[in-house]
Write a protein that binds this ligand. Structure first.
Ligand code: NAD
Length: 490
């Protein structure tokens, strides 16, 4: 595919328009730090206000008034258009954040099914009617859209975040403002043309770009009713605070993790090695659910770690140019992320952590980091407790099931976990005791769109994306009492 022309305008009210702020970001190619664009618009207050006004109008006059069956038609058409444009969207993701093209294609394919899934709900948002209880009063419970909703995303899988936020919100009848990360804005900006050709009324989906300041304008806006945030726990806290301090808007937080993976001695070793290496290193470890704390039973520890080390070193050879279909691993998203990860390695050395492999830049230089395994870190060392968000795994050895569960739960995060065992009773026992929102048995955890997704503890705030829970998180509940007897009730 030829290099696509990059969009350099905001998409508001079905039109590409320059930012009223007059400000732009520079975006670099993480492969070699060359400049991709110096014209990524930064939406300022006037731009955000403009997006909110047109989204309110669409909510009150067009999209918000459409019957469910009509909303479904547009969502289905959009899913088809997204699917036709997977190569374009994948290429733009690859350029901006260095995701190898093969990986970017697979991730972009996950978007259209989400729109199809939620299109199915559009005309099935049933309420309830309760039986008359003898006092002449009938009760109805209705589920209704909230109004203007907004989404703020991390950089590592933008098209999935877009789908998981926008599809349920629109299916419920809301209108939307989406802000991708400043590290990966290109595919989102390209969506404007696709949104328009799907037939969404102007103002239904608006795409704005910018950094944390733009996100903060959304979080604190008085006329946005709901915000769905995917990103770090630190920024998530700020979003929650801004939402509370402004109009108490509803908030969904999808935050960071330091997920455990427990390998019992009865596990299928090859399967556990595969998922702890190739699956873990997907997207160079820049995956929220990546199980970056590995707990292995003492009986198999030596052999497991030898095999894992060999696999990590083999995969270092599959690190390459993101444009090449042969590359499985690419660079990290940008220089700031690279420096952050290298900073963790430096701290690990000071803390006496041992590197079994990696722990430095890859020979390709730039933002390429070696797949890394760390061992012998104390339970309070920063590389054991903090999210690194890169190709870095930490390992500890355990002796008993109770000890493994205690170590797994000894974290402020609770996003996901993996359990490897051939004993189904143990799998059920252990999964029930782990404090996390998403657990996989005998594989890594891959979020899907049909079951609720979200974290416990500091990985979330109790709200969920995906599945029916994801749809409900974009709706208000209304109880209506109809009195058949006129007159005083008490
Ligand atoms: P980040 O928190 O730095 O940024 C995320 C988004 O928030 C960006 O769009 C950014 O512009 C915006 N932002 C930053 N400060 C803000 C503020 N004060 N108010 C409003 N918006 C603000 O996160 P990141 O570095 O882009 O992404 C990595 C993090 O995201 C990791 O912690 C990772 O685990 C997490 N993540 C979580 C999930 C999940 O579903 N739980 C998925 C992917 C990534």
């Amino acid at each position: 595919m030829d290099s696509p022309k990059l969009k350099n305008q905001l998409f508001i009210n079905n039109e590409y328009i320059p930012p009223k702020s007059g400000h732009f970001l520079t975006l670099r190619n993480p492969r070699d730090d060359s400049i991709l664009s110096e014209q990524i618009p930064i939406a300022g207050k006037e731009d955000v206000d403009n997006a909110v006004v047109v989204a309110q109008t669409a909510f009150k006059t067009t999209w918000g008034r459409l019957p469910g069956v009509e909303r479904a038609k547009v969502l289905l058409k959009f899913a088809d258009i997204l699917e036709e444009n997977i190569p374009l969207l994948a290429r733009l993701e690859m350029l901006a954040m260095g995701q190898p093209i093969g990986v970017a294609m697979e991730l972009a394919k996950l978007g259209p099914p989400v729109f199809r899934y939620y299109a199915g709900y559009c005309d099935k948002i049933y309420g309830q009617m309760l039986p008359e209880d003898g006092n002449g009063e009938y009760s109805l419970v209705q589920y209704q859209p909230m109004g203007v909703c907004a989404g703020i995303a991390a950089w590592n899988a933008t098209m999935i975040f877009f789908a998981h936020k926008v599809a349920p919100a629109l299916a419920a009848g809301n209108t939307f403002i989406f802000k991708p990360s400043e590290k990966s804005p290109l595919a989102s900006l390209a969506l404007g043309d696709l949104i328009k050709s799907a037939g969404f009324p102007p103002g239904t989906i608006n795409i704005i770009t910018g950094g944390g300041e733009t996100g903060a304008l959304l979080a604190s806006h008085m006329n946005i009713r709901k915000i769905s945030f995917t990103g770090s726990s630190a920024a998530g806290r700020k979003v929650q605070q801004a939402a509370t301090a402004s109009n108490l808007k509803s908030v969904t937080l999808e935050l960071g993790g330091k997920s455990p993976s427990i390998i019992f001695d009865d596990a299928d070793m090859e399967n556990a090695v595969h998922h702890s290496s190739a699956s873990f290193l997907l997207n160079s470890g820049q995956v929220c659910v990546a199980a970056s704390r590995l707990l292995v039973h003492r009986k198999i520890a030596e052999s497991f770690m030898d095999q894992l080390k060999a696999r990590f070193e083999e995969l270092a050879g599959a690190m390459g140019d993101p444009e090449s279909p042969e590359s499985y691993l690419g660079p990290l998203a940008d220089r700031a992320q690279t420096e952050r990860v290298l900073g963790y390695f430096e701290q690990a050395r000071k803390d006496g952590v041992r590197f079994m492999t990696g722990g430095c830049k890859h020979e390709r230089g730039g933002n390429y980091i070696q797949p890394t395994i760390m061992v012998d870190g104390s339970p309070d060392s920063v590389t054991w407790t903090e999210e690194i968000f890169g190709p870095a795994l930490s390992i500890r050895i355990f002796d008993t099931e109770d000890e493994a569960i205690q170590l797994a739960n000894d974290t402020s995060y609770g996003l996901s976990a993996c359990v490897y065992t051939s004993d189904i009773a143990r799998a059920l026992r252990v999964t029930s005791l782990i404090e996390a929102g998403n657990i996989a048995v005998n594989s890594n955890y891959l979020p899907g769109h049909t079951v609720p997704f979200g974290g416990w503890k500091e990985s979330g705030n109790g709200s969920r994306e995906a599945g029916l829970a994801g749809l409900k998180s974009f709706m208000e509940t209304k109880s209506v009492l109809i009195n058949m007897k006129v007159g005083p009730r008490l």
